[in-house]
Ligand binder design. Structure first.
Ligand code: PGA
Length: 254
């Protein structure tokens, strides 16, 4: 399967900024034969999705580019002040959602059970999902890497029938490497991705070998090629370095 190269724009970019970045990204990707071998995904702020979709639709030239939302609430509609429903996201053209990002878990207190409900709901509504997992520095230093990953991935067992290698990917993002400039070392990435792979195979048997596992945490144009070449690394999830078209284009084609 194609490597999945995903951008998480977090709380950055107005509509104009988003469309300008996407237009420039598209032009850069069209110049690179490698870009056609990648699946590219942008998790945009809600307010830019509707207009960004128009830019994506015009990209063409064999570039597989999709748009996703960074968050949603798992309900059809209702008295959930400030929330966005999957139906609203579908309405503006998003096809992917991000679930379980460490900023949602740690800054906004999303529990394992909310992350599980959101994942199940998004799949039911026909969305593709990037499901994030990762340990804090404290957990790593306490030797709890495997236990934390096992705990975070356990909820997927109930979704066996609903998810597959096209509509679902895991992103391993060590919390201590997100936005800190401290990329995990190659050995650390290899070790964690092998653990995630083993857990997925335990849960899903054969399908566990096919699900894509992305690495996230301080991915930059200079380290992307080495990271995507590692065993069990099937793409990346990029925050800071995805905000500039040129920087993200270099990562996509690394
Ligand atoms: P970063 O963010 O690339 O800025 O470290 C990654 C993420 O939060 O997904």
């Amino acid at each position: 399967m194609a490597k999945l190269m995903a951008a998480n724009w977090k709380m950055y970019k107005t509509r104009t900024d988003a469309c300008e970045t996407l237009t420039a990204l598209c032009a850069l990707l069209q110049q690179s034969p490698m870009a056609q071998e990648r699946e590219v995904l942008i998790f945009s702020p809600f307010t830019a999705i509707a207009e960004a979709v128009k830019v994506v639709e015009q990209c063409g030239n064999g570039i597989q580019l999709s748009l996703g939302a960074q968050n949603f609430y798992p309900a059809v509609e209702g008295a959930f002040t400030g929330e966005i429903s999957p139906a609203m996201l579908k309405d503006v053209g998003a096809t992917w959602v991000l679930v379980g990002h460490s900023e949602r878990r740690h800054v906004f207190g999303e529990s394992l059970s909310l992350v599980q409900d959101k994942t199940a709901y998004a799949l039911e509504q026909g969305f593709n999902v990037v499901f994030c997992v990762g340990e804090s520095l404290e957990e790593r230093e306490a030797g709890k890497l495997e236990a934390i990953l096992t705990q975070q991935l356990a909820s997927l067992a109930s979704l066996k029938e609903k998810l597959n290698a096209q509509n679902f990917a895991i992103a391993y993002e060590p919390v201590w490497a997100i936005g800190t400039g401290k990329v995990a070392g190659e050995q650390e990435i290899l070790e964690a991705h092998a653990i995630v792979r083993k857990i997925l195979q335990n849960i899903f048997s054969e399908k566990g070998s096919q699900l894509r596992i992305l690495y996230g945490g301080s991915v930059k144009p200079d380290n992307a090629a080495a990271i995507v070449a590692l065993d069990n690394v099937d793409g990346v999830l990029v925050g800071g370095a995805s905000l500039q078209a040129e920087s993200f284009a270099r990562i996509v084609t690394a």
